[in-house]
Design a protein around this ligand. Structure first.
Ligand code: BTN
Length: 323
């Protein structure tokens, strides 16, 4: 952690309280003058810091910027989000996360950006990622699991995002198989999981999460406005994106550790409980097949089971599912 990060963490650990210059200089291992200089830098970054003689410094407001310092300051995890690579503008965070992972980035590393000029969605679709309104991030994980189980990571992520949205906003979110988060009949978040593996050994996964956080209706182009929404549109209030990421990291780490220790059952139950898909009549388009039937559940591996009109159960691994 650099000195700015240490100061932000100290403010975060003492919400609403003054911290003396002396205490900060001891925590940071630097002089009081150096503390003051870093406070000035924080102010330039948009932090509102009150300074009162004899009392010290107090944080009054933080900017809604996705900096590494802002995210790590309030983070309650061992691994997830402990390393953050934050950019202003990128083509897509996905290839950057692959590069970081190939260079040995630790599990839990987050690559994020305020703006993506070429955001990628599933099935080669573009992902609309305008500046400052959303959470566009890629998470690197290195689970020691066999290759066929990797789709479970997408479901685990969907369950974690959905839980974070519920806990932070109280909004009633649903998960559409395999990886879309819906509020009502509009999509608020998409997940794109990419894999790097050799034979049947998983090297790492890059989980891309695109969450429409603070977009207002005008931020969506016409073709998206009918089918997409944001947390702000639904709740009527902007969210603090850095806080949301911290909460997501905490929840994901908890779900992931439970998964590694005890398996998929809990995430499967949670996914089914909040599913938009189960019980519906669906049209399934795989690369080779078209199928209609009722989505009846996930199997133990996380594969969607669809029962056709003759009562035959079909397992759907990868497809577009429509209703
Ligand atoms: C989908 O629903 O089609 C998946 C969308 C995934 C979008 C995220 S935004 C962060 C990461 N970077 C990308 O280019 N895509 C993913």
């Amino acid at each position: 952690m650099n000195i700015k990060q240490v100061i932000l963490k100290a403010f975060h650990d003492h919400p609403g309280r003054f911290i003396s210059g002396e205490e900060l200089s001891q925590t940071c291992g630097c002089s009081r003058t150096a503390v003051w200089k870093h406070i000035e830098e924080l102010r330039k970054d948009g932090y509102e810091v009150e300074a009162v003689r004899k009392s010290g410094y107090r944080l009054l407001g933080a900017p809604d910027r996705l900096s590494a310092a802002e995210i790590t300051a309030g983070l309650d995890t061992d691994r997830m989000g402990q390393h953050v690579i934050a950019h202003d503008e990128v083509v897509s965070t996905q290839p950057l996360a692959h590069e970081a992972a190939a260079r040995g980035a630790k599990e839990g590393t987050l690559v994020l950006a305020e703006l993506q000029t070429g955001g990628k969605g599933r099935l080669g679709r573009p992902w609309h990622s305008p500046k400052g309104t959303g959470i566009w991030m890629s998470l690197i994980i290195r689970p020691a699991i066999p290759l066929p189980k990797t789709p479970q990571m997408t479901l685990l992520t969907a369950v974690s995002v959905a839980r974070a949205i519920r806990e932070e906003t109280g909004l009633p979110v649903k998960i559409k198989w395999p990886n879309d988060i819906f509020i009502g009949d509009k999509k608020v978040c998409g997940i794109l999981t990419e894999l790097n593996a050799e034979s049947d050994r998983v090297n790492y996964l890059v989980i891309g999460i695109g969450l429409n956080a603070n977009s207002v209706a005008e931020d969506f182009p016409e073709e998206l406005a009918r089918i997409a929404t944001s947390l702000r549109i639904e709740s009527g209030e902007p969210i603090k994106r850095a806080r949301f990421i911290q909460q997501f990291c905490r929840i994901f780490e908890e779900e992931y550790d439970h998964y590694l220790a005890h398996g998929f059952a809990r995430a499967k139950a949670e996914w089914e409980k909040h599913s938009y898909t189960i019980g519906r009549w669906v049209n399934v388009q795989t690369i080779s097949q078209r199928l209609e039937g009722r989505a009846v559940g996930l199997d133990e591996e996380g594969v969607l089971m669809v029962e056709d009109q003759d009562g035959a159960i079909h397992k759907v691994y990868s497809a577009d599912v429509n209703y």
